[in-house]
Design a protein around this ligand. Structure first.
Ligand code: HEC
Length: 122
C-alpha cells in the first residue's frame, strides 16, 4: 500500500515537469510590450505591430497584430527566420519572453474598417 503511494508520487514528480514543458503558459502582456520595444521588434513591425518600412532595404516588416499565427509558429519563426528578419536565439530571447510578446500582440485590437474612419470618407 505504502509502496504504491510512493511510486505514484514518484511518477507524479517525473511526469509533472514534462507536462509543464509542453503546456502553453500564458504570457504577461505588460512585460511583453517592454520586451517588444527592448529587442527591437518595433523597428521593423511598428510599435503596435502595424507593420513598417524600416526593415532592411527592399523588405518590409509585415503586420503582426491582430495576431493570426499561433505562438508556436511565432517562436519557430523567431528562431529560424527565412527571409530578411534577423534570428532571435534563446540567448537573446527566451521562450517565456516570446510568450510575453505574444500576449502583448494579442491585446492589440484590429484596426477599424475604412468606412468607419470619417477622415477617409470625405
Ligand atoms: C530588422 C527588421 C526586423 C526585426 C528587428 C524583427 N522583424 Fe519580424 N520580420 C521582418 C521581416 C522583413 C519579415 C518578413 C519575412 C522575412 O523577410 O523574414 C518578418 C516576419 C516576422 C514574422 C512572420 C510574420 C508572418 O505573417 O509570416 C513574425 C511572427 C515576426 N516577424 C515577429 C517578430 C518579432 C516578435 C520580433 C522581435 C522579437 C521581430 N519580428 C523583429 C523584419 C524584422
Amino acid at each position: 500500500m505504502n509502496l504504491s503511494i510512493m511510486s505514484l508520487l514518484a511518477l507524479t514528480f517525473l511526469v509533472l515537469p514534462l507536462a509543464g514543458q509542453s503546456a502553453a503558459k500564458a504570457g504577461n502582456a505588460e512585460s511583453g510590450k517592454k520586451i517588444y520595444a527592448a529587442v527591437g521588434c518595433y523597428q521593423c513591425h511598428g510599435l503596435q505591430g502595424q507593420g513598417g518600412s524600416a526593415a532592411p532595404v527592399g523588405s518590409y516588416g509585415p503586420r503582426l497584430a491582430p495576431v493570426k499565427l499561433p505562438v508556436v509558429a511565432i517562436r519557430a519563426y523567431l528562431r529560424h527566420p527565412s527571409g530578411n528578419m534577423p534570428p532571435y536565439t534563446a540567448k537573446v530571447l527566451s521562450d517565456a519572453q516570446i510568450d510575453d510578446i505574444f500576449a502583448f500582440l494579442k491585446t492589440i485590437p484590429a484596426a477599424p474598417p475604412v468606412k468607419d474612419i470619417p477622415l477617409l470618407n470625405p
